[in-house]
Design a protein around this ligand. Structure first.
Ligand SMILES: CC/C=C\C/C=C\C/C=C\C/C=C\C/C=C\C/C=C/C(=O)SCCNC(=O)CCNC(=O)[C@H](O)C(C)(C)COP(=O)(O)OP(=O)(O)OC[C@H]1O[C@@H](n2cnc3c(N)ncnc32)[C@H](O)[C@@H]1OP(=O)(O)O
Ligand SMILES: Cc1cc2nc3c(=O)[nH]c(=O)nc-3n(C[C@H](O)[C@H](O)[C@H](O)COP(=O)(O)OP(=O)(O)OC[C@H]3O[C@@H](n4cnc5c(N)ncnc54)[C@H](O)[C@@H]3O)c2cc1C
Length: 667
């Protein structure tokens, strides 16, 4: 979508494209309707001055937060006034492009009530939440515990004499700490606390606690609440009011405990339902599945900036060609940049698949079928972990790929990184999540002779064959076969998992031995997730991709798979499945893929359809007019508000005119 001044410095690049750009845009948007909604919402946001992102990195925290409240309020008003649908509203929020309290309200508070509330409770709370008459957050993490949910200390003690729970924060470490939207905006918190009835601790359950007055927004009696402070980077995640919260024996009605998974009766009896307690983690699973597509979006933004800039930027040259070379011509630039481009495409395809996986498990849960829950948990946890780690590192790599100018906030990359990098921690620390995948793999392997693995773990059913047969590639083009590639990833993953499982099986089964093997367990989980990513990219590509884009997607798919193979060559070699020579052949094939991407590179990032407003980058502009806009941008810098800097009289002038230190100088 062009919104520059008409002069297209990248026109030559675009003329080289060999695929149907429009069809690719529609594919990446997830369909024609999604594409149209996206286009409409992007324009709506770009044309509304309230949503301007200008100066965000220069604002002081108070102003930044107030402006973010203004935008969130305006977004809600726009949704209501224009009668936007849910999908349109979500897209509008997406283009407003800053973390805010409504994310937690819609993304976690409401899903948790839906998943854990009884019908009666949903009836009571959801209408209020849907019209935003209350604002909710998800208050799970505490100062002392985040990953270890079972270690949370906040208590909810039932008092049968008044039919109430007493919410209490018994220690400093029990202070709720981090929940987004809690600090300043929320009126209600979904609090995870230890349920205690008749002195018995039943473990962690969810409660809806009112925390601020609906009259004047002041904290309710005996509630201490506020913002935890400035976070990493300028702008970035600082638009969010991550908060702290303490209760001092605060009473809430018994009905405020979400009772779909367990109930407390009026006389204080605790009754568990026959549903798995892990459903209490449902809101996390929901967000984790959404994070995969989100990773693709963030990575594609960074890659769009780096590809366009690399096509504009010229350095050095060679005696065979006149003028200087575009840096995108350099093999080293291509070998750092094109795999990231392919990764953004891979995550988009896998993100679409995740949505269908999630829809399927929700349907099953409604029918009381819990059989696929462990696999879905492993998939969402594992792919959340891998995709956020790679994306955060990928954004930083794109910054470096843009040289010095990438370090300027005008490139858009520092703020993008600051906003994105906490995704490696929230919704589950990435190592903790890989350990969950590893536990799932160990369990699957331990039962493999009795229970045939299904879904993404099905390949483990062929463990014998995968452990004995080696890769048959003898020439480069042998790698250009998706079955050959898939088998390589399956064999590597199966062998890594089997090796660590065997080592553990030979031991005493102690927790210490498990701990000793956690680095290998994490590596085997990563191998399993990389297999899922490669296999689902291939699968998506083979199911109904339009003709005009299939070839390019194939090139990207091979690029992704080869670069994964090469980046993890050590693991592949250590399993004995491939030889050094086979890896070398894959490297050559990867270079051929780079040659195929090169003429399409700019069009492939155009296909993500990020507007200039959304990208917010002088380097990634659609028209490639980088230097004019970097130069113009410098005049927006507040230090340049005056020609002579504020501070000259007090601090510069004495240095320049009084020669204060000169008599003592040895120079
Ligand atoms: C940017 C967002 C992008 C897109 C999202 C799209 C839409 C949503 C829109 C907006 C969202 C808005 C904003 C998001 C941004 C930030 C918000 C951040 C929020 C948070 O961070 S909330 C707090 C998150 N906290 C965690 O993730 C904690 C991590 N810890 C855990 O998950 C658990 O404690 C852990 C590590 C799994 C251990 O739990 P526990 O001790 O209870 O279990 P065990 O280890 O004993 O395991 C028991 C058993 O249960 C299985 N299991 C564990 N978890 C799950 C699960 N979630 N589902 C199913 N099953 C689970 C486990 O495997 C064991 O099985 P086994 O007995 O071995 O068979
Ligand atoms: C921006 C942001 C927004 C957030 N929003 C929310 C929110 O809305 N609601 C909410 O409730 N929470 C929220 N959180 C909290 C977040 O979910 C937790 O920070 C996260 O789950 C990690 O937990 P932790 O901080 O306790 O890390 P820790 O578990 O203390 O991790 C510290 C280190 O120890 C390692 N480690 C810990 N245990 C093990 C182990 N068993 N084996 C090996 N290594 C281990 C980890 O890998 C990590 O390297 C947010 C956090 C951030 C940064």
């Amino acid at each position: 979508m062009q919104d520059g001044n008409g002069l297209d410095h990248l026109a030559g690049e675009r003329a080289m494209a060999q695929f149907d750009l429009q069809a690719m845009k529609v594919y990446l948007a997830g369909g024609q309707r999604e594409y149209e909604i996206s286009t409409k919402m992007a324009q709506l946001v770009a044309n509304d001055p309230v949503f301007s992102k200008e100066d965000r990195v220069r604002l002081a925290r108070k102003d930044l937060y107030k402006n973010s409240l203004r935008k969130a309020g305006h977004a809600w008003k726009t949704i209501l006034e224009k009668g936007l649908s849910e999908v349109e509203g979500l897209k509008l929020r997406h283009f407003v492009d800053e973390p805010t309290y409504t994310d937690l309200h819609w993304g976690m508070f409401i899903p948790a009530i839906k998943g854990q509330g009884t019908e009666e409770q949903q009836h009571k709370w959801l209408p209020l939440a849907y019209k935003m008459a209350i604002i909710g957050c998800y208050a799970q993490t505490e100062l002392g515990h985040g990953s270890n949910v079972q270690g949370l200390e906040t208590t909810a003690t039932f008092d049968p004499t008044t039919d109430e729970f007493i919410m209490h924060s018994p220690t400093v470490t029990s202070t709720k700490w981090w929940p987004g939207g809690l600090g300043k905006a929320s009126t209600h918190a979904l609090v995870y606390a230890r349920l205690i009835t008749d002195k018995k601790d039943h473990g962690i359950h969810a409660f809806i606690a009112p925390i601020r007055s609906l009259e004047d927004h002041t904290p309710l009696p005996n509630v201490t609440v506020g913002d935890i402070g400035v976070k990493f980077g300028n702008g970035g995640y600082n638009t969010m009011d991550n908060g702290f919260l303490r209760f001092d024996h605060v009473r809430i009605p018994r009905e405020n405990m979400l009772m779909r998974l367990a109930t407390v009766t009026k006389d204080g009896k605790y009754v568990r339902s026959n549903k798995p307690r892990q459903l209490g983690y449902g809101a996390m699973v929901f967000v984790r599945q959404g994070i995969v597509i989100d990773a693709s979006i963030y990575l594609s933004r960074a890659v769009t900036i780096a590809v366009r800039y690399s096509a504009v930027r010229r350095q050095f040259g060679n005696k065979d060609e006149p003028g200087e070379l575009q840096v995108i011509q350099y093999r080293t630039q291509q070998s750092r940049l094109f795999p990231l481009l392919a990764t953004a495409y891979a995550y988009r395809a896998v993100g679409f698949w995740m949505k269908s996986l999630y829809a399927d498990v929700m349907k099953r849960l409604n029918d009381n079928d819990f059989s696929t829950l462990p696999e879905v948990h492993a998939c969402t946890a594992g792919l959340k972990s891998i995709t956020t780690s790679v994306t955060a590192d990928g954004i930083e790599e794109c910054r470096k790929l843009c040289g010095g100018h990438g370090f300027l906030c005008a490139s858009g990359l520092p703020e993008l990184y600051a906003a994105y990098v906490p995704a490696c921690t929230y919704e589950g620390d990435n190592t903790i999540l890989l350990l969950q995948v590893a536990r799932f793999l160990l369990k699957t392997l331990s039962q493999v002779s009795k229970v045939r693995p299904v879904g993404t773990a099905a390949y483990l059913g062929n463990i014998k064959q995968l452990s004995t047969q080696n890769c048959k590639v003898s020439q480069g083009h042998d790698w250009l076969n998706t079955s050959v590639l898939l088998e390589a990833f399956e064999a590597r993953s199966a062998r890594q998992a089997a090796a660590v499982a065997l080592r553990l099986a030979k031991g005493s089964g102690s927790e210490a031995e498990f701990q000793e093997n956690t680095p290998e367990l994490v590596e085997s989980a990563r191998a399993h997730c990389q297999l899922i990513l490669v296999s689902k990219f291939i699968e998506q590509l083979q199911t109904g991709t339009p003709e005009g884009i299939r070839k390019q997607l194939e090139v990207l798919c091979y690029t992704y798979a080869f670069s994964q193979l090469i980046d993890n060559a050590g693991d592949f070699l250590a399993t004995g499945y491939v030889t050094g020579n086979q890896i070398a052949l894959a490297k050559e094939e990867l270079k051929h893929m780079f040659d195929k991407i090169r003429p399409n590179a700019v069009a492939l990032v155009d296909a993500f359809d990020h507007t200039d407003d959304y990208l917010g980058s002088a380097l990634g502009r659609y028209d490639g007019d980088v230097y004019t806009h970097l130069y113009k941008g410098a005049f927006k810098e507040s230090l340049n508000d005056t020609v002579v800097v504020d501070g000259y009289e007090e601090y510069l002038k004495p240095v320049l005119t009084q020669n204060l230190w000169a008599p003592h100088s040895k120079l």
